[in-house]
Design a protein around this ligand. Structure first.
Ligand SMILES: NC(=O)c1ccc[n+]([C@@H]2O[C@H](COP(=O)([O-])OP(=O)(O)OC[C@H]3O[C@@H](n4cnc5c(N)ncnc54)[C@H](O)[C@@H]3O)[C@@H](O)[C@H]2O)c1
Length: 252
């Protein structure tokens, strides 16, 4: 292992790492020397991602996880320590866009599915990660919120509510664990060009682009850049806060 790499000697768990933002974060962490567990309920995608990281010279392993199931999350977190002997960094990123409908018409099961994945999944992850990060001597966590963690968005009540709640969870965990060497921050992307967004037609995509003063969607690389900074010792006094990477969306 090259000990000059920024994350050498650290172990990281990234949920939702088979695709999009999570995959890019996992790639960058492995490139910078971390041992990375690629966790996703798309087990084939997780395996392919981990294999690509190993082929590029990194240390990585895949684990299947369903973040809506606390027992599954616990098993994935435990297996990270079993595989690599500790847990220092976690990126709680698994998420879904969910159905779209106005609040007064939103499907009850659709609501529960989004809250289970985008909110409960982050809580279960923190619940099982934090004791093991403490036991490993401290570290840093990033929870993937969204620009919709502070803004409403017509047709996405469950998504916006879950992403707002992730900010509250982030702040609370940060306050609780700050004195014990664990930092917890939230990243808030604008609309990012990943498979999560690729269901809509050209008109919907153009509308989303128009919401960003920079006149384009963001990239997974741009979100990963901020996420890695927050996980690193360069961000040693950055804690409990909400970090936009949104091409000016929130400034409008
Ligand atoms: N793409 C955007 O515009 C955007 C904007 C703001 C925030 N985000 C957030 O970023 C995160 C990553 O999104 P992305 O754009 O990379 O999407 P993506 O669809 O490319 O990746 C999401 C990953 O999460 C996994 N996943 C979904 N449900 C899961 C579950 N129950 N258990 C385990 N894994 C599960 C999927 O299999 C997938 O690999 C999400 O939390 C999303 O809400 C995305």
């Amino acid at each position: 292992m090259n000990s000059t790499l920024e994350f050498a000697g650290r172990t990281a768990l990234v949920t939702g790492a088979a695709s999009g933002i999570g995959r890019e974060v996992a790639r960058r962490l492995a490139e910078a020397g971390a041992a990375v567990v690629v966790a996703d309920h798309n087990e084939q995608g997780a395996r392919e991602t981990a294999e690509a990281l190993v082929a590029a010279g990194g240390r990585a392993a895949a684990v299947g996880v369903d973040v809506t199931d606390p027992a599954s999350v616990r098993a994935a977190v435990d297996s990270t320590v079993e595989k690599f002997g500790g847990l220092h960094l976690a990126v709680n990123n698994a998420g879904i866009a969910g159905a779209t409908a106005p609040t007064g018409e939103y499907g009850i099961e659709d609501w529960q599915r989004v809250i289970d994945t985008n909110l409960n999944g982050v809580f279960y992850s923190l619940r099982y990660e934090l004791p093991l990060i403490l036991a490993s001597g401290g570290g840093a966590v990033v929870n993937m919120s969204s620009i919709l963690g502070t803004n409403g968005f017509a047709g996405s009540p469950a998504y916006s509510a879950a992403k707002h709640a992730v900010v509250g969870l982030t702040k609370t965990a940060a306050v609780e664990y700050a004195s014990r060497g664990v930092r917890v921050n939230a990243v808030a992307p604008g609309f990012i060009d990943t498979p999560l967004l690729r269901g809509g037609d050209d008109a919907q995509r153009d509308h989303l682009i128009s919401l960003h003063p920079q006149g384009r969607l963001g990239t997974a690389e741009e979100v990963a850049e901020l996420t890695l900074f927050l996980l690193s010792d360069r961000a040693s006094f950055v804690n409990g806060s909400y970090h936009l990477v949104d091409g000016g969306y929130a400034a409008r």
